[in-house]
Design a protein around this ligand. Structure first.
Ligand code: ZN
Length: 342
């Protein structure tokens, strides 16, 4: 309790801006300039409730081409619940502003911002941006949600990735409400790792494709962020929702990629969320005349959580990301109920 009090002071300072309880403020964190000296900043909105409580950040486009999170935040900003907030919400629709403007995952020097945390103020552009974000946002929070999509030419089933060894993180992951959770060991240099080291309970949501707005994924993300805010007491649960049965969520035992045995063109026979059985025909890879076809089979039972979208592959390219569960039939059922609810 003490900790969250320290992180929710009467006057919150971000950059040069002081924000009092009950205020809603737009501000920009200056990160640098373009080649022509045009200044570039990270835009963010801070919404403070009259009552103290948790401080949550929701960030998107740490990879500049991952747009679903941008739309998720735009929709959260319109929610009426924010007028009755307890605690503080910090929304950052675009973290990697350089990549976003170039429709690119990376920074102009090809560095990946999500491998550059916690960063240093004397380092590369990526390192400086990372440090600024940690200092001005993450260190001021008790909780965080970082929104991602699949990398370019890959689509992902909406899923939560979190380090489930930590009980608080596990509870938060379950409260998000998407049926599939993947226990994901921390990635070196990621925002999630840097936040965990600062004792900020953080989830990563990912779904859909880069450079697209995927409506189902966006709805899942909005719902999930609102559920997390209800769970940590920032907004009140509506009575009709409270009466609803708790959504079933499942934690994957493991996940693995099936790769292409050859270079060529691919015909895919499975879709995201499909219940895959060991031995199922997943795809064929053949040459440009449609000859020399090689079948690709499943090697284990599981749920299809990630899929290549480009039908041209080199040998060894990732085709299918499959998560394994104790009982895939139950997971499939939960996924069907979840998508009907949308
Ligand atoms: Zn990403």
């Amino acid at each position: 309790m003490n900790k969250s009090k320290n992180k929710d002071p009467d006057i919150l300072k971000i950059g040069d801006t002081s924000i009092k309880r009950g205020e809603r403020v737009d501000l920009s964190l200056k990160v640098g300039a373009l080649y022509d000296h045009t200044p570039l900043s990270i835009p963010l909105e801070v919404i403070r409730g009259k009552l103290g409580g948790p401080t949550l950040f929701i960030s998107a486009a740490v990879h500049g081409d991952e747009l679903n999170g941008v739309e998720i935040i735009r929709r959260i900003l319109k929610r009426k619940e924010l007028n009755q907030l307890t605690g503080t919400l910090i929304l950052i629709p675009v973290v990697n502003v350089f990549g976003f403007n170039n429709k690119s995952r990376y920074l102009p020097d090809r560095r990946d911002l999500n491998r550059s945390f916690p960063g240093t103020s004397a380092g590369s552009l990526a390192g400086r941006m990372a440090r600024l974000f940690i200092k001005e946002v993450v260190e001021k929070c008790t909780h965080g949600i970082d929104l991602h999509t699949g990398a370019i030419h890959r689509a992902n089933l909406p899923q939560i990735r979190a380090c489930l060894e930590d009980v608080k993180t596990k509870e938060l992951a379950q409260s998000f409400g998407v049926p599939v959770i993947i226990d994901s060991k921390i990635r070196d240099g990621s925002l999630r790792e840097a936040a965990r080291k600062k004792k900020v309970t953080t989830l990563l949501f990912e779904g859909g494709e880069a450079l697209r707005f995927n409506e189902d994924v966006i709805k899942s993300g909005v719902k999930g962020c609102i559920s997390v805010m209800e769970k940590i007491g920032m907004i009140k649960k509506s009575p009709s929702k409270a009466a609803k049965k708790k959504k079933k969520v499942y934690i994957a035992n493991n996940s693995f990629w099936i790769r292409s045995p050859h270079s060529g063109a691919v015909n895919f026979f499975k879709s995201l969320g499909d219940n895959i059985k060991n031995g199922d025909l997943l795809a064929t890879v053949s040459n440009t005349f449609g000859r020399e076809a090689t079948n690709v089979y499943a090697t284990e039972d599981g749920i299809l959580v990630g899929l290549a979208m480009l039908p041209l592959v080199n040998q060894g390219d990732a085709l299918f990301h499959i998560a394994t569960f104790k009982d895939t039939t139950k997971v499939k059922k939960a996924l069907d109920i979840y998508s009907e609810d949308h």
